[in-house]
Every structure is written in C-alpha cells, then in structure tokens.
Design a protein around this ligand. Structure first.
Ligand SMILES: Nc1ncnc2c1ncn2[C@@H]1O[C@H](COP(=O)(O)OP(=O)(O)OP(=O)(O)O)[C@@H](O)[C@H]1O
Ligand SMILES: [Mg+2]
Length: 243
C-alpha cells in the first residue's frame, strides 16, 4: 500500500512538472512582447518629458519592466540551452557544488561527504546536474542561517546505488540516489506540497524558481527529486537511472 501511495505521489509530481513547464513557457512568451512594448513606449515618453517629477514615473516603469524581463528570461532559460550529453561522474558534481557552497558560506557550515565510490558514470549533462544540486544545496545553506551563525550547521551529500527502484512510471534495475541532507528548520508546512511549483517561495526575496529548475533538469535525465522534511532533518533525494 505504501509503495502504491508513493508511486501515485511520484506520478503526480511528474505530471505536474510537465504541466508547469508548458504553462511557464507559454506565459513567458506571452509576457515578453508586450513588455518590450511597454518599456519602449516609456522610453519615448521620457524623452518628451521636461518635468523631473514625471520622469521619475517613467523610470519606475522602465525599471520594473526590466525586472520582469529578467524574471521571464530566467523562466525561459532551462528550455533555451541545449541538453549537452557526456559521461558524468556524480561525485565530481558533488565536489563542485561543495566548493561553491563553501566559498559562499566559509564559516559555521560543515559539508560532509558520504560517497559510495562504486557508482558508475552515466550519460548526462554535467552542467545541468551541477545547477540542480547547487540549487538544492543553496536552499539548504539558506535555511541553515541560524545554525551557521551558531556554528553547527551541516549539509551531507550522500550517494548510494539503489537496486530495483521504481519511480515515475518505471522500474529501474539500478538507480543513483543522491541525498542532500541538512539539519535546518525544515520546509514550512504551508508550502510543503508545492515547493517544486514555479514562484513558490518561503523566503523573503526568493523567486521560487530554484527547485522548479532543479526538477526540470533532473527529469531531463529521466530522474526525479523527492523531499522529506521534519524540523532538524531535511532530505532532498535525487534519483537518476543508471545503465
Ligand atoms: N533545505 C530546505 N530547508 C527548508 N526550506 C527549504 C529547503 N529547500 C527549500 N525550501 C523551501 O522551499 C522554497 C522554494 O525553494 P526554491 O529554491 O524553489 O525557491 P527560492 O529558494 O525561494 O528562490 P530561488 O531559488 O529562485 O532564489 C524556499 O523558499 C524554502 O522556503
Ligand atoms: Mg532556492
């Protein structure tokens, strides 16, 4: 029963992600053109204006149009760059993310590696996977702010090989499991079942795109990201089929 419930949950995740992707792409395209028009018109208007006070208004329009433009660009970004396939070593991906995170949070945060060295390389897009894992680890580090200040924050990168794993609608003989585990406060209950949706954020100033992008990238590898979270223990599990 539990397995069936899990499977249904995963299928729902995949369908949702597909629907999200379509919606985002269409919406972003629909916003782009009128936005260019609005910005251009505000610029023309600004050139005709003499009053400083009125120019401030046109500047607000231009500034906000630019902000929206960059949001739209980020929404469209994952669909722009082609999927570049090569041999991927997951531990190289983890090491790269680890050094990026430690560079940003040099004090008060420990990043522990618990690697299964027997994991084979697989075909995939290394840069996309780095971005996916980075987005997850970055969220963890941000959620850990209080513990970083106290000096006992921890993120664990744990890799394992799963055998006969079922996710999505398929069963795989071998699958890579990468866990990114943190000892922070946990995902807020109010957004727990929506964190992979675009624009859902529990953070001040968060744009709510990090996990949507991560899920898109992992799904391009026929994989899936799942999350389990209680206060003090949050585990983002990345599953990717192995050859
Ligand atoms: N490890 C974690 N611990 C606690 N909360 C988390 C964790 N990871 C994600 N979250 C919650 O999920 C929300 C969505 O994450 P997501 O990365 O999609 O967006 P964001 O971090 O808010 O913005 P962005 O990544 O686009 O800058 C976060 O705002 C946060 O509330
Ligand atoms: Mg984020």
């Amino acid at each position: 029963l539990e397995q069936q419930a899990r499977q249904e949950r995963e299928e729902r995740l995949i369908d949702q992600a597909q629907a999200n992707k379509e919606l985002i792409r269409n919406l972003a395209h629909e916003i782009k053109n009128p936005l260019g028009g609005i910005r251009g018109a505000a610029q023309l208007l600004q050139m005709e204006l003499e009053s400083r006070e009125l120019i401030e208004y046109t500047q607000v329009i231009i500034h906000e149009a630019d902000r929206l433009q960059s949001l739209v660009d980020r929404l469209l970004a994952p669909h722009r760059r082609p999927h570049v396939v090569g041999d991927v070593n997951i531990h190289e991906v983890c090491e790269r993310v680890r050094s990026l995170i430690l560079a940003e949070f040099p004090k008060g945060l420990r990043v522990v590696r618990d690697y299964d060295a027997s994991i084979p390389e697989f075909r995939g897009d290394r840069e996309q996977l780095i971005q996916a894992v980075l987005n997850i680890a970055h969220n963890a580090a941000q959620a850990l702010a209080e513990r970083i200040a106290a000096g006992d924050a921890q993120i664990v990168f744990k890799t394992r090989v799963g055998r006969q794993v079922t996710f999505g609608k398929q069963r795989y003989r071998l699958a890579l499991e990468l866990h990114v585990i943190d000892n922070g406060p946990g995902v807020p209950d109010s957004i727990k079942d929506r964190i992979f949706f675009p624009l859902v954020s529990g953070r001040d100033g968060g744009s709510g795109l990090g996990l949507t992008l991560a899920q898109t990238f992992v799904q391009q590898h026929h994989g899936l990201i799942e999350c389990e979270s209680v206060p003090g223990y949050t585990d983002f599990k990345l599953l990717i089929p192995l050859p």
